[in-house]
Design a binder for this molecule. Structure first.
Ligand SMILES: Nc1nc2c(c(=O)[nH]1)N[C@H]1C(S)=C(S)[C@@H](COP(=O)(O)O)O[C@H]1N2
Ligand SMILES: [Mo]
Length: 347
């Protein structure tokens, strides 16, 4: 399976790194961009392939013993309900997986994402809470199970992962717009879930069906593939190519972004000497919980050749990026400081 065969939007090499069935955003393609990741460079992670869904016949079905009045919504109906706009990240649990091997000497199986398995968009849609209330959610409801309309994944059936009812009622969106445009096919048209702060797999695309149950639900996506994963840890990335050339003796503004699924980023420090000394990066405020904090720092390289730039962020819960992440058998949640190589060239 090749990414080109399963993703609809163009994947130019200057914007994406192609993986099997998925496309990773190049961080250097975020340089000079605004706060949000433009739709043309937002990463795509598909279990199978992007389906083309006809909005005219599409229905979102809500059913299960956790509802008093099972309901169905069409596309126009969904768009006519009260909407909310949220700036939030969607990040694959495996983002950064390649550094288990590349930096810690122990490769983890799966797509070898660098740090480009994340994007922040302005999502607009209907709070899931509104739909659940229209369908008469019961006090006894425990789990909410959204399911995608994409083809079944191997022998596991349609992509689906339960959410606890508390999260479903709190801040989850049934989104139909991304950065002011109709939700693109690769990102879940006609509608997807957006689950702020949580692993990307929670944000089910091509939503077709939501079961609400008065018992805990289990699918391969909360038992076998992503057991126990809820929120995403703290990470940072530089808006620079790997081995980017930087000019010796000249002040250069290094830009990056840091994020956490558990709260706002409150501090970012950068090291140019392998972690011996750290310097505070500049940023405006602490920006949003559930999205990222853009920052910058000026550096005058005083040594030619290979050097590393390291960024380390801390969120409002006090969680800081470690220098090493405990090994994870599936390569999830790599949150260690990444050693980003740059190449200092004569001016
Ligand atoms: N129906 C469905 N939803 C899905 C997926 C999928 O393959 N099918 N992939 C999940 C995973 S693993 C991630 S990381 C995000 C990626 O969202 P994006 O492709 O819009 O960036 O979607 C999630 N939702
Ligand atoms: Mo993912």
């Amino acid at each position: 399976m090749h990414a080109l065969a399963t993703i609809v939007k163009p994947l130019p090499e200057d914007l994406f790194i192609a993986h099997d069935g998925s496309a990773e955003t190049r961080w250097e393609a975020m340089a000079g961009q605004g706060y949000h990741t433009p739709n043309d460079r937002f990463f795509v992670r598909n279990h199978t392939a992007t389906p083309l869904v006809d909005a005219a016949t599409w229905r979102l079905r809500l059913h299960g013993d956790g509802l008093r009045c099972p309901a169905e919504f069409g596309y126009d109906q969904l768009r006519s309900l009260p909407s909310r706009t949220v700036d939030t990240a969607i990040e694959c649990a495996g983002n950064g997986r390649r550094f288990y091997g590349g930096q810690q000497g122990r490769t983890a199986p799966g797509t070898q994402w660098g740090l480009g398995g994340i994007g922040v968009a302005r999502w607009r849609g209907v709070p899931l809470r509104v739909l659940l209330e229209l369908a008469g959610i019961r006090r006894a409801a425990v789990d909410v199970l959204p399911q995608g309309l994409d083809a079944p994944f191997e022998h596991h059936g349609h992509v689906r992962r339960p959410l606890p009812v508390d999260k479903a009622m709190a801040d989850v969106l049934v989104a139909y717009e991304m950065n002011g445009e109709t939700l693109p096919p690769d990102h879940g048209f006609p509608a997807r879930l957006v689950v702020p702060g949580w692993v990307g797999i929670a944000s089910i695309k091509w939503l077709g069906d939501i079961e609400v149950a008065t018992r805990q639900l289990f699918t391969p996506w909360n038992t076998e593939f992503y057991p126990g994963l809820t929120t995403q840890p703290v990470k940072s990335a530089l808006e620079l190519a790997w081995n980017a050339p930087l000019v010796y003796g000249r002040g250069q503004v290094i830009r990056g972004r840091s994020w956490s699924g558990n709260g706002r980023i409150v501090r970012v420090e950068v090291s140019f000497d392998g972690g011996a000394t750290w310097h505070r990066a500049e940023h405006k405020g602490s920006r949003l919980a559930g999205a990222w904090l853009p920052w910058h720092i000026t550096w005058v390289p005083r040594r030619l050749g290979e050097q590393t730039v390291m960024a380390r962020a801390t969120d409002e819960t006090g969680a800081t990026q470690p220098l090493r992440t405990p090994h994870h058998p599936f390569g999830y949640h790599f949150d260690a400081v990444v050693r980003h190589p740059v190449h200092v060239i004569p001016g």
